[in-house]
Design a protein around this ligand. Structure first.
Ligand SMILES: NC(=O)c1ccc[n+]([C@@H]2O[C@H](COP(=O)([O-])OP(=O)(O)OC[C@H]3O[C@@H](n4cnc5c(N)ncnc54)[C@H](O)[C@@H]3O)[C@@H](O)[C@H]2O)c1
Ligand SMILES: O=C(O)C[C@H](O)C(=O)O
Ligand SMILES: [Mg+2]
Length: 617
């Protein structure tokens, strides 16, 4: 007698669940699946019998996570969970953003990258090597997911503030794309983490027997350009609408300039960071009570992030009524050689020239202390990769010069932050307006007037905007990512604070609201794309803001409803098939089998039962 067999001719790509991860994650084995779903998926009998609630799964996962002793153990546990049950991973992350984001993103991802080749356990993402040039399209064809919508690419040459980590930088594209999914609902299987193996200037890595990248020195900028040209065209050839995000390149300016008008691409360190800090600065400037023209900003760090942030704030000052020259003159950028001036005597990198001071009358200031004492800034930004460099003395001075000093130590991970939150609060007597790149805990402090209160740090991290920039570009099918789309993401973030968040003195929305904030950011990015006429999904232009937000929401992956979606689909199938119990009992009357066959053929239904039913008819 024929019986339903879950193992029978198990299809490789037959179910909606099989393709739902950027890894080969198999959510088919989700212990929440009820038995009829397991039969449909042909996983019946392959997991413990009881169909569990998410609450039970969550309890077990959090207990297991709690048993892990080190951050790296927790990072690995979560990576394995993502691989084994992608929907459960995202259910947990979206429900526990505050606790889990630091484990899958900054700061722990920094340590994971430093030790990537040592802790490597399973394939995730894609690696492309200099040796693959000429064949990139063929290698990219190996990526198993057919519908990639976004990729995050690094060459590992400047991972957070940790320097050149070569292919060990893979943790960054994986972590960023996990946030695209968790924060903006881009489907996991539509994301491609990509790491370029173009050699590394890190000699220790090249000599490390466990290092999993090539041992060559970093290729030349000309060779890199040749490689990137081929890569950009290969990616868009396979996935024509793909959004390409560049991340953590040591010198990302040439690629952005070269591709920004031809591909749907952006650089997160220059543009995403610029936008997110713009959002926080708009709020901080408002809170300071000073008009833009009275602000003076010292930036420690004049690299991709420093210049990207300064340029966005210049744009804000211009929109507030200043001329470009007036706006630019509010900025003092400092690098390893001191204040960036036009007559410093060294050849300035192109991206620094715009901010080079001309009003120094031949004088040079070599250290941060000297510059700060000279400028007496209202705003102090850290994008230097140098931990602890905002000393107690500098912080005290900031408090002496300002009622509400704006202090943003933005370097990542936490060890590279220019100061921690507690010091900033303590040495400014609780008056600073603060945001850091990596998260810090709240702190309780008694100020000089004897008032004790809890202070809440802001997290000025591009994670608040890149998910919405990506989703907005995907949904509007933008041909480019324009400056206005980037600006709109930061500006909309500044307006997203609730009354309660304002009351708590926050500069950024509470992290637990990041998904709803991403919807607003996405809407504004889409509107900016429409204004610039770079959108190809033109029917969105006629939607009201409320309709557009609902539409965005309906397009977002929600790990909580994913299982229910499948249950609905299978439920519909089963009711179409009529009462299946005789089939399952192994003695179906011929009439039932024939009517099932008819339903299957009529509806072109594809399921695990199909072959079996058809074979009986
Ligand atoms: N918060 C965020 O969202 C965010 C976003 C992007 C980058 N970052 C962080 O910002 C930092 C810088 O990133 P980047 O892309 O601009 O790197 P980068 O290498 O392009 O720039 C670093 C800059 O710091 C300067 N610098 C280095 N050491 C210095 C020293 N001792 N004194 C003075 N200046 C010094 C360099 O001259 C350079 O101008 C990194 O730690 C990165 O993690 C944070
Ligand atoms: O990765 C982050 O946390 C932010 C940023 O892109 C960085 O390079 O530090
Ligand atoms: Mg980065």
């Amino acid at each position: 007698m024929a019986r339903f067999s879950p193992q029978q001719s198990r299809p490789v790509h037959a179910t909606p669940f099989m393709n739902h991860s950027n890894t080969s994650s198999d959510a088919n084995y989700d212990t929440a699946n009820p038995s009829y779903i397991r039969k449909y998926l042909r996983t019946y009998g392959l997991t413990p019998p009881r169909a569990e609630s998410y609450e039970t799964q969550k309890t077990r996962c959090l207990a297991q996570l709690g048993l892990k002793n080190t951050s790296i153990d927790k990072f690995q546990y979560l990576s394995t969970l993502r691989k084994n049950n992608v929907h459960l991973f995202y259910r947990l992350v979206t429900d526990h953003l505050r606790e889990l984001t630091p484990l899958i993103y900054t700061p722990v991802v920094g340590e994971a990258c430093q030790r990537w080749s040592e802790i490597y356990q399973q394939p995730e993402g894609m690696y492309l090597s200099w040796e693959d040039r000429g064949n990139l399209a063929a290698v990219i064809a190996n990526w198993p997911q057919p519908n990639v919508e976004i990729t995050c690419i690094t060459d590992g040459s400047r991972i957070l503030g940790l320097g050149d980590l070569g292919i060990n930088g893979m943790g960054i594209p994986i972590g960023k794309l996990a946030l695209y999914t968790a924060c903006a609902g881009i489907r996991p299987e539509a994301t491609l983490p990509l790491t370029l193996d173009l050699g590394t200037g890190n000699k220790t890595l090249r000599e490390d027997p466990l290092y999993m990248g090539s041992r060559r020195e970093k290729i030349s900028p000309e060779e890199e350009r040749e490689f990137m040209d081929e890569l950009m065209s290969a990616l868009t050839e396979r996935w024509p609408g793909i959004v390409i995000q560049f991340e953590d390149f040591k010198n990302p300016f040439p690629a952005l300039e070269r591709y920004r008008d031809t591909y749907t691409c952006f650089n997160d360190d220059i543009q995403g960071t610029g936008a997110v800090i713009l959002g926080g600065v708009i709020n901080a400037v408002k809170r300071s009570g000073l008009p833009c023209k009275d602000h003076r900003a010292v930036f420690l760090g004049a690299g991709s992030a420093g210049v990207g942030v300064a340029k966005q704030i210049v744009e804000f000052f211009i929109r507030e009524g200043m001329t470009e020259d007036e706006a630019r003159s509010c900025f003092y950028l400092v690098d390893t050689k001191g204040l960036v001036t036009a007559d410093r005597g060294d050849k300035l990198a192109d991206h620094k020239v715009y901010f080079a001071r001309q009003d120094n009358a031949g004088q040079q200031w070599k250290t941060l202390e000297e510059v700060v004492n000279h400028v007496k800034p209202t705003i102090l930004m850290g994008l230097s990769t140098i931990g602890g460099v905002f000393t107690p003395e500098i912080l005290r001075n900031m408090a002496d010069w300002n009622t509400t000093p704006i202090i943003f130590p933005l370097s990542n991970p936490s060890s590279k932050s220019e100061c921690d939150f507690e010091s900033a609060v303590k040495y400014t007597d609780g008056r600073c307006l603060f945001a850091s790149g990596s998260p810090f805990p709240n702190c309780t402090f008694t100020n000089s007037a004897g008032e004790t209160k809890t202070y809440y740090p802001g997290q000025g991290n591009n994670m608040y905007v890149f998910p919405g920039i990506g989703l907005g570009s995907i949904l509007s099918k933008s041909v480019r990512v324009t400056d206005s789309m980037i600006y709109a993401s930061g500006e909309s973030l500044s307006a997203a604070l609730t009354a309660e968040e304002l009351e708590r003195g926050l500069l950024y929305p509470d992290i637990t609201r990041i998904r709803e904030v991403s919807i607003v950011v996405t809407r504004k990015v889409i509107r900016a794309a429409q204004n610039d006429k770079v959108d190809r999904e033109t029917h969105l232009r006629n939607m009201s803001d409320a309709d557009l937000e609902n539409w965005i929401k309906s397009r977002m992956y929600d790990p909580h409803t994913e299982v229910r979606e499948l249950e609905r689909e299978v439920g519909h199938l089963l009711s179409s098939l009529g009462n299946l119990s005789p089939l399952m009992n192994g003695s179906p009357p011929t009439r039932t089998v024939l009517s099932c066959k008819k339903v299957i053929l009529d509806h072109d239904l594809s399921c695990g039962l199909q072959d079996w039913i058809l074979s009986m008819a």
